[in-house]
Ligand binder design. Structure first.
Ligand code: ACO
Length: 352
């Protein structure tokens, strides 16, 4: 059975740099608070009315495809991981396909909605298709636009300072080389905490899991609209929310667990890792994981200071930057790990 290798990798971040000082002008925050709590110095925001999750995803994809020595028409399956698709539905996979000019080829497009761990889930799915021989050139994209959906008022300041926009992509191909490729992936979730880090609306819940307070549902009209109501706007219930400290505690527990799990299965220890690419959730989380796993600085990639948390895009962006900087060499043992909303968490281990 063939293994999967990353044949090409690319990323794209929008040109608009937004510093912590820029945010200070809009909300009651400070560069010091943000850097101390998250390590973030600046992030990128899309050009409004011009760029979308689909368009930036396609830009990253073009780089990955070219570096794989391919053209868009060679892609035979596409997977897009994002929590911020262009539309509520369809997902951004088909938008990326269209942006790449390959929609008439009719290749399958799959959207993965697993938030921060979406890229590792997507990679795992692609890996299974490659191993089974079903596809030969799978494009896996992680793309995210947060800047148009978070709450830039003091009420949303704990969330809006953390997130940024960006996209990363890889092309996966089969290899018969026994010394290279994805060794394994581990995927986990626990729905008990679904609302701890979530954007509840628009949705089909009609208050079932969380009560109806503030939603203004019309019980007298059996056909009234429930996904979005005027009350949701009026009561500011249309933004992502997060129980930050709870998320932090879970993340620092699950990251090391899932990294160790994939290492154990393949007979490695953390000392064997050449590069750990953690989802760039928060520098403090990554530092905690590094310490817990007893990893040196050169074994862990951090770039959250430049881009903020770009959820599903953060791992391919960080991996691509590391590759461009020469920190990823053929034969290196690379571990990807993520934790996020759901909660979901996941890891992947590969020989580059
Ligand atoms: N600027 C200034 N003050 C702020 C801001 C802000 N942007 N946001 C919140 N505060 C205030 C709060 O209102 C609070 O004030 P109070 O003491 O007067 O009530 C104070 O700062 C402390 O608030 P806490 O929520 O206790 O702050 P904490 O130290 O926990 O830091 C943070 C918040 C950064 C969100 C932290 O909980 C954290 O790192 N959580 C992990 C979650 C995370 O990283 N999520 C990333 C996305 S999820 C993922 O990718 C896995």
């Amino acid at each position: 059975m063939p293994k999967s290798i990353v044949a090409g990798i690319g990323f794209y971040v929008p040109k608009n740099v937004v510093t912590n000082h820029d945010l200070e002008e809009r909300i009651d925050t400070s560069d010091e608070w943000i850097q101390e709590r998250t390590g973030i110095q600046e992030r990128r925001f899309i050009t409004r009315f011009e760029e979308t999750t689909g368009t930036i995803g396609a830009k990253a994809a073009r780089v990955a495809i070219e570096r794989a020595g391919l053209e868009p028409k060679d892609i035979d399956f596409l997977i897009c991981a994002t929590l911020s698709s262009d539309y509520f539905f369809p997902g951004s996979g088909v938008i990326i396909q269209r942006e790449l000019g390959i929609n008439k080829l009719g290749i399958g497009c799959l959207d993965v909605r697993n938030q921060c761990s979406g890229f590792v889930y997507a990679l795992s799915i692609a890996d299974q298709y490659i191993r089974s021989g079903m596809y030969k050139n799978i494009l896996v994209v992680g793309a995210e636009v947060h800047s148009t959906g978070v709450d830039f008022t003091n009420r949303g300041r704990d969330v809006c300072v953390i997130f940024g926009d960006g996209a990363g992509a890889v092309v996966l191909q089969p290899t018969e080389d026994p010394h290279r490729g994805i060794l394994g992936t581990k995927l986990h979730a626990d729905g008990e905490f679904a609302e701890k880090l979530a954007m509840i609306n628009p949705g089909s819940h009609s208050g079932v899991h969380i009560g109806e307070e503030g939603y203004g549902f019309d019980h007298d009209d059996p056909l009234s609209h429930l996904y979005l109501t005027q009350a949701m706007y009026d009561n500011d219930l249309i933004y992502p929310t997060m129980e930050g400290q709870f998320v932090f505690r879970m993340a620092v527990m699950k990251f090391p667990e899932v990294i160790k799990e994939v290492l154990d299965e393949h007979g490695y220890t953390s000392q064997d890792i050449d590069l750990l690419v953690p989802h760039q959730a928060n520098l403090r989380i990554s530092q905690f994981v590094q310490k817990r796993m007893k990893l040196r600085d050169d074994q862990v990639i951090n770039n959250i200071h430049k881009y903020g948390n770009t959820t599903a895009a953060s791992i391919p962006i960080a991996l691509c930057e590391a590759w461009e900087d020469g920190r990823v060499q053929e034969g290196d043992l690379i571990c990807l790990a993520a934790f996020g909303s759901g909660f979901t968490w996941a890891s992947a281990l590969m020989r580059w």
